[in-house]
Design a protein around this ligand. Structure first.
Ligand code: ATP
Ligand code: MG
Length: 819
């Protein structure tokens, strides 16, 4: 692939979890967002501090015309523990443009960049702009407000000088090559260039705020004191719509884990704000998608292209969270509160099981005149957090270098066996109390997990030593092999053997995925977009956008097309490195959210039918797939369907299993025409049922006659306690109602067994329930103990079911104790 040592770009950036988390600020202040565009220039071993500083100054002052007297810069002040000196080099470079008194030194927290505990890092130099009025600037010098969270003295650009590598023991080593990574927030820049004092007043956000105003009829007043909640809500909405819509357009779906949970949380935060402070109780922000898509049509066209889809996903998420909010409110309303204080446990339960945000709990509690035990809530929250942190803890050892540190080459498209392999480096990783071993090789036939395709497994031999490869993954440019142990003979040349059989099955499923993707677009339409894919040896899974359940007929048509392509035994055409533009004009399917290089690998099975850009492994010709079968089609989220399918051996045995079952059925029926046999049986069954009901009815009539005779008088009450030989509960109930109509002052108890389970029904005349203080529900509860059962009901009618039929007579007998 072609590489560049200098790059300039814009990245969509989310700062809502982990190390950088601005979520709680967003909406409160004027310059932090959940999603912002970070403009950057990069040097990979090319220019360093001087050029980075020159470029930054030139762009801001000479080109954009920002007043240089309002600019402050910070440089790294050194760190005792790390043994690093102040970055005088950067300070001197700045001093060529900016007076020394506006060059400020800050410590590690502000001016040393590192992403993890280990890895590349280095000092940074930030550019701040003082946007206050001349009067204010004369009163308090700007340098006292830098890095003090002042909304008018803000950082806009950070220049990071990557010059060290942090090792596992915490020490720093100089990197052989130095790099530059800068980041400038577009939204802050636009605010400054448009002469505004808040990002939200720039034209990036104001159309969105106007929209909310129009839809809700609430006026936006640009208040930042925190008093005007509707202002905060409007900023939250104008901000969050961007994060949620773009993330979904980039292929992430709201759900309960990882990235999906992040957008779910952002979207819920928006819902909570409009629900609480703008009086909106219905899905709302999805309505802004078209406006946003239009705004960004020329920059990020992926949103416009998926506008309907993104809107549907958001509306569905909003709807379901609004339901949760309602449930949570009901739960809150039902809570018992001692001393006017809602306990921390209750607040945590609301938060944890109902997704009910704490400040909403507090708000509702306040309306009810309750306090909330916030301390106890935080304790419960912290406990949960440390539980999940412990689960995720992962420690990585340093790489131990065996041979020179280079890239690893993948040769597994053509070769499944390989000799003369060298280990470049290895390390141990500890995760959830388990140790894993990783090897990086100079060249490897093992495919690293990617593009939905699982990683290869197999064997490495170092002389006599056999090491099993359990998985293969990609980390940046490295292909990392998970092995059962680190070989003793680590510097020996190794042989590698991919598990061939497994790889073949994986290839079958990968090719099937591509063939099916095209078939889905043929059968369902061009709106079908891949939303996720898993290619394993035993099955494939494919998620795609489509609005309703596929019909059986559509599924059959897709299967038919794919199987036709299999039978045509089409040879694979592989273009390993063709220019992206050429691939586009060949009609290759492009996925949104996927990054493609200038040169791509294009896999073609029939140029008019399936042309995909794909780094995965495919069969030589489609006949190898044998037979393709879809085993399930389900919905997994609003507008997203999931297909699971199988090929070759798996589909063969699937079909055989089905046939075996069918054969068994027809053997039982002694009739090869199973369908006719089943129809016949169903008919017979229905006729028998009818007959039975009739008989039961007739029997009940006869039984009614017998029962009438058995009514005895006790204390002036007409009492009946009998067992009847009827299975149908409805018939027994009818019997009781008929008795009650005929005989006044009655207490009638009937016991019977239905499908092996003892049942009781008790009916008491209205007068007796009022004057005689009898309660059928209470009585039946008592006597049902004999049948090991429970029940209840109203004063005049109750029923009970149990599990012990042997106690039925005793239960019936028990009635006399109650009258
Ligand atoms: P701040 O202290 O203002 O939060 P930061 O130190 O977190 O900024 P960097 O990590 O240096 O910022 O990011 C580089 C640039 O990205 C910043 O100078 C700023 O312009 C922009 N930026 C950072 N965080 C946000 C955010 N949450 N919203 C908008 N822009 C941001
Ligand atoms: Mg920050």
């Amino acid at each position: 692939a072609k590489t560049s040592s200098r790059i300039a770009d814009t990245q969509k950036c989310l700062r809502v979890s982990g190390k950088h988390n601005d979520l709680e600020e967003v909406g409160q202040d004027s310059y932090h967002h959940t999603m912002f565009e970070m403009l950057g220039n990069w040097s990979f071993g090319d220019y360093f501090k001087q050029e980075a500083i020159d470029y930054a100054y030139e762009l801001l002052v000479d080109i954009y015309g920002i007043d240089k007297n309002k600019i402050y810069v910070t440089v790294f002040g050194g760190d005792k523990i790390d043994g690093t000196e102040p970055d005088e080099e950067a300070a001197d470079l700045w001093a060529r443009f900016i007076p020394r008194e506006r060059i400020l030194y800050f410590g590690k927290k502000d001016n040393f960049w590192e992403m993890g505990d280990t890895g590349p890092c280095g000092p940074c130099s930030e550019i701040h702009v003082d946007l206050r009025s001349a009067g204010q600037r004369a009163e308090i010098p700007g340098k006292e407000l830098v890095n003090k969270d002042h909304p008018m003295v803000i950082e806009i650009w950070n220049l990071v000088f990557i010059q060290y590598n942090r090792k596992k023991d915490g020490s720093l080593e100089e990197l052989p090559e130095k790099h530059v990574d800068t980041g400038m927030g577009l939204e802050r820049l636009v605010m400054i260039l448009q002469d505004k004092t808040s990002n939200y007043d720039s034209d990036l956000f104001s159309p969105l705020i106007r929209f909310v105003e129009e839809q809700t009829g609430v006026e936006y007043t640009s208040d930042y004191s925190g008093e005007v909640k509707s202002d905060i809500a409007m900023r939250v909405i104008a901000d969050h719509i961007r994060a949620v819509a773009f993330t979904i357009a980039d292929g992430e779906m709201p759900n309960n884990t990882g990235g999906g949970y992040v957008i779910r949380r952002i979207l819920r935060r928006a819902v909570r704000y409009y629900y609480s402070f703008l009086g909106v109780k219905e899905p709302f922000i999805y309505k802004m998608v078209p406006l946003l898509a239009e705004q960004f049509a020329a920059v990020f066209p992926e949103l416009k292209a998926q506008e309907t889809f993104v809107g549907k996903v958001m509306a569905e998420e909003e709807r379901s969270f609004l339901r949760t909010l309602d449930d949570g409110l009901k739960r809150l309303n039902a809570l018992k509160v001692d001393d006017g204080t809602l306990s921390g446990e209750d607040a945590f339960e609301l938060y944890d099981t109902y997704g009910f945000p704490f400040d909403l709990t507090r708000l509702v509690a306040k309306e009810k005149g309750w306090r909330v035990d916030e301390k106890a809530f935080i304790v419960a929250l912290e406990e949960q957090k440390s539980r999940s942190r412990a689960d995720a803890a992962k420690t990585m050892g340093d790489w131990q270098v065996v041979h020179e540190n280079g890239d690893s080459e993948f040769v597994g498209y053509d070769q499944l066996e390989m000799q003369d392999i060298r280990v470049l480096k290895y390390r141990d990783i500890e995760e959830k109390g388990k140790t894993f071993h990783q090897l990086v090789l100079d060249k490897t036939p093992f495919y690293p997990e990617g593009g939905g395709q699982v990683g290869d497994t197999g064997l490495l031999t170092f002389g006599q030593e056999r090491i099993s490869v359990q998985d293969t993954v990609k980390e940046n440019n490295l292909i990392v092999h998970y092995v059962d142990r680190i070989p003793e003979n680590i510097s020996a040349l190794a042989l590698g053997f991919v598990d061939k059989k497994r790889r073949k099955l994986i290839e079958n499923n990968h090719t099937a995925t591509d063939l099916m993707h095209s078939a889905l677009r043929t059968v369902l339409g061009e709106h079908v977009q891949q939303k996720g894919s898993l290619v394993r040896d035993d099955y494939l899974r494919f998620d795609f956008s489509h609005y309703q359940k596929m019909t059986d007929e559509e599924i059959s048509r897709v299967e038919l097309i794919v199987n036709e392509k299999i039978r045509e035994n089409i040879k694979r055409r592989e273009d390993r490195a063709i220019p992206l533009e050429a691939a586009k004009s060949a009609g290759a399917m492009m996925l949104f959210g996927e990054k493609y290089g200038d040169e791509v690998r294009m896999i073609t099975f029939d140029p008019g039918y399936s042309v995909e850009l794909c780094g995965g492994c495919h069969v030589q010709s489609t006949g190898q797939l044998g037979y393709f079968k879809i085993t399930s089609e389900t919905g997994i989220a609003a507008g997203i369907r999931r297909i699971v399918a199988i090929t070759s051996e798996a589909s063969e045995s699937y079909i055989n299993d089905q046939l075996t079952r069918l054969n068994e059925v027809s053997t039982r029926f002694k009739n090869p025409d199973v369908v006719a046999a089943i129809d016949e049986m169903l008919e017979e069954n229905a006729a028998l049922k009818k007959k039975l009901q009739k008989l039961e009815g007739a029997k009940a009539g006869a039984v009614l006659e017998t029962l009438r005779q058995k009514v005895i008088t006790v204390n002036g009450r007409n009492v009946l306690a009998e067992r009847v030989d009827i299975e149908d509960a409805k018939a027994v109930k009818t019997l009781l109602f008929n008795l009650e109509k005929e005989i006044s002052n009655g207490v009638f108890l009937l016991g019977f067994v239905s499908s092996g389970k003892p049942q009781l029904m008790l009916m008491i005349s209205g007068d007796l329930t009022r004057d005689g203080n009898l309660h059928a529900g209470k009585i039946i509860k008592e006597i049902a103990r004999e049948i090991k059962g429970g029940g209840g009901g109203q004063p005049f009618f109750a029923s009970a079911g149990g599990s012990d039929p042997s106690g039925l007579d005793r239960a019936i007998d028990g009635l006399k104790n109650h009258i």
